[in-house]
Design a binder for this molecule. Structure first.
Ligand code: NAP
Length: 297
């Protein structure tokens, strides 16, 4: 089969499309014929060798965590899923014709493979940080970096919980944030003052790692009410860095219900072919993805 891989850490040019042995589903796993793979920032962070402590890997290695596809092998002990089912979930080396998933759910009606591949990591992260920041119905949550994959999910999941959101994004994404039910303002010079004018903030999430932890603590009045997923220095200011993944099956189960009721939608910014994985990484690394980029197999 074809898969995208790299044999040394580095820039997008280390990515290769190679012929590889097909993987097989072990106990508790399934294998899918991949139709689409989600492109997450963690994919290029791993490729650059940035986060080896969290993701120790042997080279050469494949790329990608998220996928949507058609089940073609069911591992020992797995129940409730059959060959031919359309699923989306998380696994390993998903930029490939076949991949093994360790967590999955049946795709909701009406979702394309291309769209479905954008959800798994994003909804797991969004639900985790909403839980960890402890925001309650009727309160206001500030989200720095609200228009990306995780931000898009956080805004819609917060709305479902009766939480008001103030989101920051570039000028191009102000209307997008409003469509997702948030109050919107731009980041950059004077942003904290613009947020103050929009209202009081009870809790805050840093989803962009844009060096705003100090302001988020000032706006909430308490480092315990701020969580970051993107600024490793956040703990120096008493702010929790959230890095350990929660339950993907639980997140997908909640996402499926919301997607089916039209209450959750992560748009696909752009789809790429397997041969264009390097371009997908370059575009993701530019840092202005609305929703998710995906690779179509
Ligand atoms: N720790 C964890 O568990 C975990 C999990 C998932 C992701 N992450 C990390 O969290 C970050 C976000 O992930 P993602 O998948 O949502 O990324 P993404 O889809 O690539 O989105 C990045 C977003 O950042 C926004 N942005 C760029 N510069 C900004 C600034 N100065 N201030 C505020 N927003 C800015 C962009 O908005 P505009 O286009 O409007 O500029 C864009 O929408 C990444 O660094 C990723 O590695 C961590």
């Amino acid at each position: 089969m074809k898969r995208v891989s790299f044999a040394e850490f580095g820039g997008p040019d280390v990515l290769r499309l190679e012929d590889a042995e097909e993987p097989h589903a072990g106990p508790g796993q399934i294998r899918v014929a991949v139709r689409a793979a989600g492109v997450n920032p963690v994919d290029w962070r791993i490729r650059e060798g940035q986060i080896l402590s969290a993701h120790p890997i042997e080279l050469p290695t494949g790329v990608g965590l998220d996928a949507a596809g058609v089940v073609d092998e069911v591992g020992e002990g797995v129940e409730g899923v059959e060959v031919g089912d359309h699923v989306f979930g998380e696994g390993a080396d998903t930029y490939a014709e076949f991949a093994v998933l360790s967590a999955w759910a049946r795709m909701p009606e009406g979702l394309t493979f291309e769209e479905a591949a954008g959800y798994p990591s994003v909804v797991e992260t969004a639900l985790r940080v909403l839980r960890e920041v402890g925001v309650r119905p009727g309160q206001t949550l500030l989200v720095s970096g609200a228009s990306g994959g995780v931000g898009s999910a956080v805004l819609q999941l917060a709305r479902e919980r009766g939480v008001t959101v103030i989101g920051t994004a570039s000028a191009a994404n102000q209307e997008y944030l409003r469509e997702l039910g948030a109050l919107a303002t731009t980041y950059g010079q004077g942003w904290a003052e613009r947020v103050r004018r929009l209202g009081r903030v009870d809790a805050a999430l840093d989803l962009a790692g844009a060096g705003v932890i100090r302001e988020l603590v000032e706006l909430t009045g308490d480092p315990g009410k701020v969580v970051s997923i993107a600024d490793l220095d956040a703990p120096k200011l008493g702010v929790r860095f959230s890095g350990t993944a929660g339950s993907v099956p639980d997140a997908l189960a909640e996402a499926v219900g919301l997607i089916e009721r039209g209450r959750l939608h992560i748009p696909v910014e752009k789809a790429y072919a397997l041969t264009e994985a390097a371009a997908a990484h370059i575009d993701s690394q530019a840092g202005h993805t609305r929703g998710r980029r995906v690779i179509v197999v």
